[in-house]
Design a protein around this ligand. Structure first.
Ligand SMILES: CC(C)(COP(=O)(O)OP(=O)(O)OC[C@H]1O[C@@H](n2cnc3c(N)ncnc32)[C@H](O)[C@@H]1OP(=O)(O)O)[C@@H](O)C(=O)NCCC(=O)NCCS
Length: 172
């Protein structure tokens, strides 16, 4: 496999970002949710308008993981008020970390998560945190490998379905 490069997503890459967001989200959650809930979430919470607004937020940053120049994963981090919860002072949220199905297990997720932790170190964050669906065991185990530990939970709306997200954090 070619080298994995992390590159900040620019506004002109919105189409590619949108397509990758929808594809990875569908690959991850379609099997465990109704088509209606998935569609509602992707139409509303992952619309181009929403993604553009997020890209323009100075307290968010999104990176593509590229292999051979092609985006195969992405990482979205939030600082300050862009975080989806207030969990402490000077914290960093990993809101989204996704890899295309065919590229899973190649070290791309690890590279992105290590990068997020390094950003936390550089920003002198007290910790890096994230929310993960309680039923997403693969991701929970992945985070545990990086010494993330549960510190709470919050609810997350997928379409009409209210789900429990486990909150995990890692000291930096
Ligand atoms: C969770 C996720 C980001 C991990 O990224 P990844 O590139 O697959 O992970 P890596 O290749 O870096 O592997 C990290 C570890 O997880 C294991 N792993 C994760 N998914 C795997 C898979 N599909 N096949 C094999 N191993 C896998 C690896 O064994 C590896 O362990 P090791 O370091 O002891 O060998 C990715 O699988 C993914 O996009 N999942 C779906 C989206 C998701 O759930 N995101 C989180 C939402 S909160």
């Amino acid at each position: 496999m070619d080298a994995i490069l992390l590159e900040k997503i620019h506004l002109k890459e919105l189409d590619e970002y949108h397509i990758l967001s929808l594809k990875t989200f569908a690959e991850t959650f379609s099997h465990a949710n109704t088509a209606e809930d998935m569609q509602k979430y992707m139409n509303e919470d992952m619309s181009q308008v929403r993604l553009l607004k997020e890209l323009r937020n100075r307290n968010s940053v999104v990176y593509f993981a590229k292999v051979g120049g092609k985006p195969v994963g992405y990482l979205k981090m939030n600082y300050n008020k862009a975080q989806t919860e207030s969990v402490g002072i000077n914290t960093l949220e990993v809101e989204r970390i996704y890899v295309l199905e065919e590229f899973k297990g190649c070290g791309i997720g690890s590279l992105m998560l290590r990068f997020a932790i390094e950003v936390g170190v550089q920003r002198k964050a007290s910790f890096v945190w994230l929310g993960v669906w309680e039923k997403n065991e693969a991701a929970i185990n992945f985070y545990k490998k990086f010494k993330f530990e549960q510190f709470g939970q919050h609810s997350f709306k997928l379409g009409h379905d209210t789900q429990i997200d486990i909150l995990m954090k890692c000291k930096v």
